[in-house]
Every structure is written in structure tokens, then in C-alpha cells.
Design a binder for this molecule. Structure first.
Ligand code: ADP
Length: 584
């Protein structure tokens, strides 16, 4: 049985009686517990003492009359369901009462008995539903507010993450720039060390002195390799390294490699051979510089860790890589570097590919190195779209192999032999290097002419001028770009060797001004900046060619020979000034 507590506010005793009567016989489902008040003030007292399920309100009270009664009551209690008791003909007023805050109305009179219970119950239920609805709405609003807050926080987090990524990128860039600058700073003095060690070797030295100079050269070259590795690695880390797609011939790549490896092998008493299987294309397209770097890293390691036996470079066609089968355009080549050296323990076969990691601490002491070579090689292999693998047996040797995709240069590049079967490995075929370019200056010693050397670094200037004088050139030296512009526009030079980093007017600016003035002499840029793009920057400024510091004597002579020959034959003559002559 439901008990409903009712507050009946009516000043008319008869009406109250009628209502009580109507409620007393409600069909047994509910029971009404009724409190009575004759005016609003009294009602307020009741409500202060207890809560009611419903209020029955007469509009004509001693302390309030009409619609005002509802409004005043609502000030006392905003929530409790209110049913207004009206006169029989008072429909209009009842509607106004509902607008003013009542929930329902019943007319006093004959029908009161039938209607009042239904009205009370209906009003209570409706009020409950309303309350639930209001609560749900409120919850929805709260949830919306919460969602907005979370969204805002998310937005802040995204902005922070973006900022952090930007900062990380900037700091990585700063690191790369720092390394590039450091490498530049180190290269300049290295230019002096390597260059003068080279020059000293030409002097009359005792065997002992020759050995010391040789040690200086080896140490300096090791340092240079280290700088190059660090620079490469930082470029890879900064995502600045990009692979080019260039057509090149396999044979010239192998010749280059043989040319570099043969002397090392001879020195160590280790056999070095290159062999390749049938079915390889003569010409192909990938990034030969990066490929050569990978092969050279693997071959240098093989040579370093092998004291007897052989180091072998094998080439064969491969079927493809997982998820990348070969097709008409894409061929895969497997380059295998096998040695009979110390081998690599199984538990180190993964970690040696990480940066700065070696098999054990004693490796550095015994063999040198930084542990960067394989990390760079792996990254470069990936850059070329390939994979690197390793097989090894302790004490017996190791085989590193890389598989890379190549495309064939259009039209020309058919594989050597179009065989349907798996290509058979031909008997070993050694690539014999052609006579290497002479490492002394004898072949160009007979040159004459005038060269302008612009370099603010005294050591570099003396070194360059010595190297040029040894060739037979007359050398004029200046210490900055402005002087270079002044001298070269007043006098004629057959060649200008221009350092690019000089105070006030640098080499780029000086070259631009000289070209604007119509100076046509070959200008060879000399720069310690070894980053990609530096070469282009020099050429864009108007330079004819580029040598990196530390100056490699053979490379410098090779470039000079190129321009001297051009001048001599008159082909592509870069100079309209007095040509340098080659004296027989
Ligand atoms: P580095 O040679 O400068 O130390 P690498 O990254 O090229 O750096 O090689 C990492 C290490 O892997 C080497 O220090 C050496 O311990 C091991 N390693 C690499 N190649 C060979 C090899 N052919 N034979 C034996 N050990 C090797």
C-alpha cells in the first residue's frame, strides 16, 4: 500500500471536509495522510517540519488571493507537486495557475471525488519524471562540459607534442649543424697535417723518419674516417641523407673497389678477390656513392679482422626481398663480403649493427674503430631499399651480405645473359685494376702557368702553394676574397684555388664577383665543409670544380690536370687568359 502525504491548504472548512472525504475512499490502493493549513504562513510552518508528496492549494486564502497564491507558494517551495483547487467555472484561472507554477488543477464539486486521486497520482508521477529528465539533462550537460575539458586538454597535449617534436627536430638540426661545424673546424688543421706529411715524404728522409711520417699519415687518416663517420651518422639520424638514382656501370664500381682494397690486402698478406655470377646487368641505376660506401665499410672490416686467408667480394642476382619480388623493372643484386677472419659470436650478431657497438671492449684497443661502420652500412642499405644479413663462425670467418634493388637504365641495360635458369656461378673471375693513377705529381710536373691561391688560413695557403709549385706553377697568394677579386681582375691567372670560408668577402662572393667581371679562369673551390649540397653551392657561385679539405694531393692534381688539359687542347676552354702550357 502506498502512503501519500498531503498538505491541504484551504481556509474553507467545508471544502477541506469534502477533499478529505474524497481522499478517504480511494479504492484501497493508496492511503492519504493529510495535514491541513488555512493560509500560506501556516503551510510554511508545516513544510518546515516535514516533506509532502503533494500540496492541494486553494487560491483564495486570507493571506493571498488568486494566481499570486501559486507564485507565493512556489517561493516557499519550488519542487513539491501542487494541485490547485478551483471553482467549477474557473477553467481560465486554472490554466493561469499552471503557468504560474502549479502542476495540475481539480475543480471542487461533484466530480472532485473521481478526479482528485487521479490528479494527485498523475502530478506526483509527472513531477518525478520531470525531475529525472532534469537530472539527465544536467548530467548530459556535465558530460558535455567534461568532454569539452578533455578535448581542450587533448588540444593542449597535441600542441605540446607538436612543439616538442619541433624542438626535437630543431635540436637534432642544431646537433647536425654543430657536427658539421666541428667537422669543418677539424678538417682545416687536418689539411695541414695530412698535406705536410705527404710533402715530407718527398724529402730526403731516413728510414726511421719515413716510418714516423707514415704513422702521422695513418693516424690523421683514421681521424678523418672517424669525422666522416660521425658526420654521416648524424646526417642519417637527422634524416638528411637521401639516396640518388644514378646510372652507372658495375665494372667501374668494382674497379674502384679493387683499386682501394688491393693495397690493403697486399699489406696484410691476405688474398682479395672479386667474383661475379652470370646474369648481372652491366649498367644499373641506384645510388653508387652509397653502395660503394656500404661495400667499402664491409670490406674494410673484413680486411681489418682477417690476418690470413682471403677476403672475397661476390656478386650474384637475387630473387628479391620479402614482400618485394623482382619484376621487369626491378632487379635485385646480392653483394657478399666473405672473410676468413676472427668471426663474430652469435650473441653479438645483432648488437654490432647498433651505433658505437663492438664485439667487446678490447676490439677498439686491438683493431681501432668506433663501432659506427655497421650502423651506417645498415642505414645506407635501407636507404637503398635493401637489407643486410650476416653469417659467421667463430675462428673461421664471417660473411656479410646485402641485397639491394636496382633498376635498369632505359633501353641499354639488359642483363649480360638472359637465361631462364637460375644463373650459374661462373669460375672465379678477378677484376684486375688498371694501373692506378700515379700518386706523385710526376705526370703533371711539367705544367707552367700562374695560379692564384686565396686562403685566409696560413697553413692551408702554404700547403696549397707548395703543392702547386711542385707542379711547376708560379703561385700568388692572397688572404681574403676582396684581394682575390682585386688581383684576379687586374692580372691573368690560369687557375684560381679559392677557399670558400674567408672573413669579410668569402669565396662564394668573390667567385660571383669575378664571374660578373667576366673572369673566365677555372676557379677550384676548396672547402672544409663536407656536406652534400656544398659542392652544388660552389658550382652555383660560379666555381668550375670542387676539392674538399683536407686536400687529397692526388685528387687536386687530377682536377688540375683536367683543366690544364682542357686549356691545352682548346676543348671546353675555361680560360681565355694566357693558357698554361704543357711542356714536353
Ligand atoms: P668498427 O669496425 O669501427 O668498430 P663497425 O660498426 O664497423 O665498427 O663494427 C662493429 C664491430 O663488429 C667491430 O668492432 C667488430 O667487433 C665486429 N665486426 C664487424 N665486422 C667484422 C668482421 N668482418 N669480422 C669480425 N668482427 C667484425
Amino acid at each position: 500500500m502506498t502512503i501519500i502525504s498531503v498538505l491541504l491548504i484551504d481556509d474553507d472548512a467545508l471544502d477541506r471536509k469534502l477533499v478529505k472525504l474524497a481522499l478517504s475512499d480511494s479504492g484501497g490502493q493508496v492511503k492519504f495522510k493529510i495535514e491541513q493549513a488555512e493560509q500560506l504562513a501556516q503551510a510554511a510552518e508545516h513544510m518546515a517540519k516535514q516533506e509532502f508528496d503533494v500540496v492541494l492549494l486553494d487560491l483564495g486564502l486570507p493571506d493571498s488571493v488568486g494566481i499570486e497564491t501559486v507564485k507565493k507558494f512556489r517561493k516557499l517551495n519550488a519542487e513539491v507537486p501542487v494541485v490547485v483547487l478551483t471553482g467549477l467555472e474557473d477553467e481560465e484561472r486554472a490554466i493561469d495557475a499552471i503557468k504560474a507554477g502549479a502542476d495540475d488543477y481539480v475543480a471542487k464539486g461533484k466530480l472532485l471525488k473521481d478526479l482528485i486521486v487521479r490528479s494527485i497520482r498523475y502530478t506526483i508521477e509527472r513531477k518525478k519524471t520531470e525531475l529525472k529528465l532534469r537530472q539527465a539533462k544536467q548530467r548530459a550537460e556535465e558530460l558535455q562540459a567534461e568532454t569539452e575539458l578533455v578535448n581542450k586538454q587533448l588540444q593542449v597535449s597535441i600542441e605540446r607534442a607538436n612543439l616538442m617534436t619541433k624542438e626535437a627536430m630543431l635540436s637534432n638540426q642544431a646537433k647536425s649543424e654543430f657536427l658539421a661545424n666541428m667537422s669543418h673546424e677539424i678538417r682545416t688543421p687536418m689539411n695541414g697535417i695530412i698535406g705536410f706529411a705527404d710533402i715530407m715524404m718527398d724529402e730526403e728522409l731516413s728510414e726511421q723518419q719515413k716510418e714516423y711520417v707514415e704513422i702521422i699519415k695513418v693516424a690523421a687518416n683514421n681521424l678523418l674516417t672517424l669525422i666522416n663517420d660521425i658526420l654521416d651518422f648524424s646526417k642519417i639520424e637527422a634524416g638528411k641523407l637521401e639516396a640518388e638514382a644514378v646510372d652507372f656501370g658495375l665494372e667501374s664500381l668494382l674497379k674502384d673497389i679493387t683499386y682501394l682494397m688491393k693495397p690493403m690486402a697486399q699489406k696484410k698478406g691476405v688474398k682479395f678477390e672479386v667474383e661475379y655470377a652470370n646474369g648481372l646487368p652491366d649498367d644499373m641505376r641506384t645510388d653508387p656513392v652509397r653502395l660503394r660506401q656500404c661495400l667499402f665499410n664491409l670490406l674494410s672490416n673484413a680486411m681489418k679482422f682477417t690476418s690470413e686467408g682471403h677476403v672475397m667480394l661476390r656478386l650474384s642476382p637475387a630473387n628479391g626481398l620479402e614482400g618485394h619480388p623482382q619484376n621487369d623493372n626491378r632487379h635485385f643484386i646480392r653483394f657478399e663480403v666473405e672473410d676468413t677472419g676472427i668471426g663474430i659470436p652469435p650473441d653479438k650478431r645483432d648488437s654490432i649493427f647498433d651505433a658505437f657497438s663492438q664485439v667487446d671492449g678490447s676490439t677498439t684497443r686491438k683493431y681501432g674503430g668506433t663501432g659506427l661502420g655497421l650502423a651506417i652500412t645498415r642505414e645506407l642499405t635501407h636507404l637503398l631499399g635493401g637489407e643486410i644479413y650476416l653469417k659467421s663462425e667463430i675462428g673461421k670467418g664471417s660473411t656479410f651480405y646485402i641485397i639491394i634493388p636496382v633498376t635498369l637504365p632505359s633501353a641499354t641495360g639488359q642483363p649480360k645473359e638472359q637465361s631462364q635458369e637460375q644463373p650459374k656461378v661462373e669460375p672465379l673471375q678477378e677484376i684486375v685494376s688498371e694501373n692506378p693513377p700515379p700518386s706523385d705529381e710526376s705526370s703533371v710536373k711539367t705544367v707552367s702557368g700562374r695560379v692564384l691561391v686565396a686562403d685566409d688560413n696560413k697553413t692551408s695557403e702554404v700547403l696549397s702553394s707548395l703543392l702547386l709549385k711542385k707542379l711547376g706553377f708560379d703561385v700568388v697568394c692572397v688572404a681574403d676574397g676582396q684581394e682575390a677579386v682585386d688581383r684576379a681582375s687586374e692580372e691573368s691567372f690560369d687557375l684560381i684555388l679559392m677557399d670558400m670560408q674567408m672573413p669579410t668577402v668569402d669565396g662564394y662572393e668573390a667567385t660571383k664577383r669575378l664571374r660578373e667581371k667576366g673572369v673566365k679562369s677555372p676557379i677550384i673551390a676548396v672547402t672544409a665543409h663536407a656536406l652534400d649540397g656544398d659542392r652544388n653551392k660552389c658550382l652555383e657561385a660560379g666555381c668550375s670544380d670542387y676539392v674538399a679539405k683536407p686536400i687529397n694531393r692526388d685528387r687536386l692534381y687530377e682536377i688540375i690536370r683536367k683543366y690544364v688539359q682542357r686549356i691545352d687542347t682548346g676543348e671546353n676552354a675555361k680560360s681565355q687568359e694566357v693558357p698554361a702550357n704543357i711542356q714536353d
